[in-house]
Every structure is written in structure tokens, then in C-alpha cells.
Design a protein around this ligand. Structure first.
Ligand code: C2E
Ligand code: CA
Ligand code: CA
Ligand code: CA
Length: 279
């Protein structure tokens, strides 16, 4: 299986320059993708290497066109969708599909797992966001407790509406994850006063961590703080075996995510990955 994965990876690097030119989608292309139901969830796990549990599964958006045989990555369409006010349509199409698929994905695991979902900071300005998410969950017989919402720390946290929405999401039972920690504005002091339940250490701190004293010190204190505050903590973008080996010293407290463990995959392929992981 890992051989297949390696070949797929190689294939992807041949194809992706063709499919993923840097040009962002325009409004009519975005509307076309949405109305043709092309917004598709890919899945990537966060794992506990000590227990081998898949503690949660992150949904990453793709636009898949069967006709053209293309799979577009988020940098082509998330930014434009935010600017054109189409991000809600994309999010809710994705959330509906992912929560529907999650039931069968989860049944492959022999332990509980959550679904992790990315929200754009601007979506927190919409006070009805928690209600909309909760409604879709209800239709799919899931609860907010099944969901982690990942929000990048680039949001200006002074915004009262955004903070209020986060607090309301927490009260409803959603977990909230601080994405890309280390790249934005949030400092360690703020961490304690904000309603987060998880921190994701940005890939820039994980890359070459085994030889980067600066990253090592930060990660060490983050793991410590997370433990004291009872927060989950995730290392994202684990790509190299040396990184994994270094991070394994924290394996009881630090969840791991990255290409080395599993690349983002569509549902059926992801289920095959689960089988190989549990074997
Ligand atoms: P993110 O939330 O920080 O997601 C992690 C990104 O890193 C994903 O890129 C993932 O494929 C990639 N990644 C995971 N492991 C590795 C690794 O080991 N090495 C490297 N080099 N990369 C790794 P992707 O799928 O292209 O998504 C990029 C960004 O687009 C996401 O960053 C997120 O900010 C945004 N995004 C994706 N889906 C959604 C969505 O449904 N809604 C919103 N608002 N944003 C989304
Ligand atoms: Ca994320
Ligand atoms: Ca991230
Ligand atoms: Ca990111």
C-alpha cells in the first residue's frame, strides 16, 4: 500500500502542475462548480502514535470535475470564494457531504473520532453560523460534540462578533481548534483566555524540527502549556521520518498529522488507509 501511495504521489506531481495553475477561479467558474455539486471532501487523519487511534479526521476542500478529470486545491478557490461571498455555499455543500460520509468512515474505526472542519474567519461574523451547522448535523444524526471547527489565528481577535460566535459554538458543544499556530497574532497569553480546545502547530515549526533548536524550544513549551490547560495539541505537516522520530518523544501528548502518515484522500481511498493503519 505504501508503494501505491508513493506512486500516486509521484503521479500527482506530474498532473498537478497541469491542473493547478495558479490562476484563481472567477465568479462564474465558482458558481459552476457549486451548482454542479463539485465541492468534494478529502480526508486527512490526526493520529495518536502511542495508542494508534485516529482521534479526528480533517476535511479538506477540493473541486472535483469528473468530466475534465481535474481536482483543484483550495488555494485556487477558497480565497476567491471569501472575496465573492460564496464561501458559505462552499462550506455548507462540503459540510453536508462530509457529515453524511463521516458516518460510514467512523464505523470503520473501533474507537470514537471527531470530524474536523475548516471555517474562514469571516464566517464567524455571521451570527447564524452555529444554527446552520447544527441543523445540518441534526439532519445527519450527528451532534456538535462530533465536530472540531478549525480556525486560523490570522483572525483579528479583537472583533467582538467573531469572539461571541466562537463562544456560542463552544456552548453548543463544538470543539474549536486554533489552526496554523505560530504564524499569526495569537500569543501564548491569549491562548488561555480564548475558547479553543486544540492548538495546531504550524508546519513551518515542524519542518526540520529535529535540527532546529528554535522550533524545539517553542514546541516544548507549547506541549507543556497544552497539558496544563488540558488542550489537545497537533503537529501538522509531518513529512519526514526524522521529524516523526523527533516528535515521538511527545507521542503521548502530541497528535500528528502529515503526508508521512497519510495524504488527504477521498472517502474510499481514506477507508483503505484506515484498514492499513489498523492492521
Ligand atoms: P490548513 O487548514 O492549514 O490545512 C493543511 C494543509 O496542509 C492542507 O492543504 C494539507 O493538504 C496540507 N498538508 C497536510 N500535511 C502536509 C504535509 O505533510 N506537508 C505539506 N507540505 N502539506 C501538508 P490544502 O488541502 O491545499 O489546504 C490549504 C488550506 O486551504 C488549508 O490549510 C485551509 O486553510 C484551506 N482550506 C481547505 N479546506 C477548506 C475549507 O473547507 N474551508 C476553508 N475555509 N478553508 C479551507
Ligand atoms: Ca486546518
Ligand atoms: Ca493548518
Ligand atoms: Ca494553513
Amino acid at each position: 500500500l505504501s508503494e501505491v501511495d508513493r506512486l500516486l504521489h509521484k503521479l500527482e506531481s506530474f498532473i498537478s502542475p497541469l491542473n493547478n495553475t495558479e490562476v484563481p477561479l472567477n465568479e462564474s467558474e465558482l458558481l459552476h462548480a457549486i451548482s454542479h455539486n463539485q465541492v468534494t471532501p478529502f480526508y486527512q487523519p490526526k493520529v495518536n502514535r502511542a495508542t494508534k487511534q485516529v482521534t479526528s479526521i480533517e476535511v479538506l476542500a477540493r473541486i472535483v470535475s469528473e468530466d475534465e478529470g481535474t481536482t483543484l486545491l483550495p488555494h485556487r478557490f477558497i480565497g476567491p470564494a471569501e472575496d465573492l461571498d460564496l464561501i458559505n455555499l462552499i462550506t455548507f455543500q462540503l459540510f453536508e457531504k462530509a457529515t453524511e460520509e463521516f458516518k460510514s468512515i467512523r464505523s470503520e474505526l473501533c474507537h470514537p473520532a471527531r470530524l474536523a472542519f475548516n471555517l474562514s474567519p469571516s464566517q464567524l461574523n455571521d451570527p447564524s453560523c452555529p444554527d446552520k451547522l447544527a441543523l445540518i448535523l441534526e439532519l445527519n444524526r450527528l451532534t456538535p460534540q462530533d465536530i472540531i471547527l478549525e480556525i486560523t489565528e490570522h483572525l483579528p481577535l479583537e472583533s467582538n462578533t467573531q469572539l461571541e460566535t466562537m463562544n456560542r459554538l463552544r456552548i453548543r458543544g463544538f470543539e474549536i481548534s486554533l489552526d496554523d499556530f505560530g504564524t499569526g497574532f495569537t500569543n501564548l497569553h491569549q491562548l488561555k483566555s480564548l475558547p479553543f480546545t486544540e492548538i495546531k502547530i504550524d508546519r513551518s515549526l515542524i519542518t526540520h524540527v529535529e535540527s532546529d533548536r528554535f522550533s524545539q524550544v517553542i514546541i516544548d513549551s507549547l506541549v507543556d502549556i497544552a497539558q496544563n490547560e488540558r488542550l489537545s495539541i497537533v503537529a501538522e505537516g509531518v513529512e519526514r521520518i526524522e521529524e516523526l522520530q523527533y516528535l515521538d518523544r511527545y507521542k503521548h501528548n502530541l497528535l500528528m498529522q502529515g503526508f508521512l502518515i497519510c495524504r488527504p484522500k477521498p472517502k474510499q481511498e481514506f477507508i483503505r488507509w484506515i484498514h492499513s493503519w489498523l492492521r
